[in-house]
Design a protein around this ligand. Sequence first.
Ligand code: MEV
Length: 416
Amino acid sequence: MSLAERKAIAERWAGLDEADLTALADSGLSIAEADLLIENVIGRYSLPFAVATNFRINGREILAPMVIEEASVVAGCSYAAKLFRHGGGISASADDSIMIGQIQLLDLSDMEKAIDTIMSWKDEILQKANEAGGSIVARGGGALDMEARPIRNTAVGDMLILHLHYDVCDAMGANAVNTAVEQIAPLIESLSGGRVNLRILSNLSDRRLARASGMIPRESLATDDASGAEVVKWIIEAAAFAEVDPYRAATHNKGVMNGIDALLLATGNDWRAVEAGAHAYAARSGRYTSLTKWRMDEEGNLCGEIELPLALGIVGGATRAHRGTQTALKLLGVKSASELAQIAAAVGLAQNLGAIRALATDGIQQGHMRMHARQLALAAGAEPGSARAIAHQLIDEGNIRMERALEIARDWNKQI
Ligand code: MEV
């Protein structure tokens, strides 16, 4: 389909209005808005906004918006979502939106006594945390519980780490949690006689996990050169490699995050926070491993699953400031942060399948180089109108290299 046809379908699908179409056409962020968002702004920076197709998640049809510069990611994700469809689609679930705020307490003369005192005042501390108020507390969220984690013999002696568990509802929640831990720090100091140093949320939000799983019938994985059973075997071998080897796990998980980050960027979420949490979660056993698991069921079909922390919001943060994120949320039709986290988990699982299926069969370079040829043509100074033709020529010549792209682009530009 042409870009215009794709856009028209998305428009009908999600009932996009004039403001959405303007946001898609014009990056969704004015220069004046950009200047309010961060410091020292001198311009704006655009990336492609695409949709991954074929997703069926918990029985619902989903078009997943993706903002990413890397070729083949959207196609790989859409293809894998189609494979999952053959097995009935992807099932997903997510925990409640519980974030962890951390308080670092030092200089305690008696660790056990400090823990007892703080815990006996838990109700008062939680109440104090909620006095900071804000829209999350107004919506029924707020501080729920506390946990004490003594850590002994660090480089600076013993320390008591207090965790505040905080329900952030449909927000990512960093601001609410950081405000709450700052609010209770003086009370913690006076109860314990200790000294508070850091007060900040943890990005290892392991009380806010999302999961997705699905099955692909063996025969759907057959290629011209290999049977479905062979491809299932090769994919499971690839997954076993990532489970045991951190060098491979890092790349395997990068493939997962290709999909998740693209969805997070589209929806205005903090992808650095999710990246940090995902990789910390992947190392929770003490050895870094893969975020997904793949196995064969009794009928020889391929089954995959993923679990990772997904602290996402559909309100607050950049979800308000950037108009494009509103369009992305509209395309998804999500009503809660938990629903968005479920879709993100499903997209991560599909993206991983797309990558390891390609790696375990044809390799990724064939498809990738086609798209790379277009990027080379653009980088060589071709106009968008001639970039496709130049890319075709590079592919036909079997010479997808910058020097050749520059030569052909020069010839084209001369003709213009
Ligand atoms: C490239 O962006 C991602 C892959 O390297 C992921 C993987 O190796 O599984 C293809």
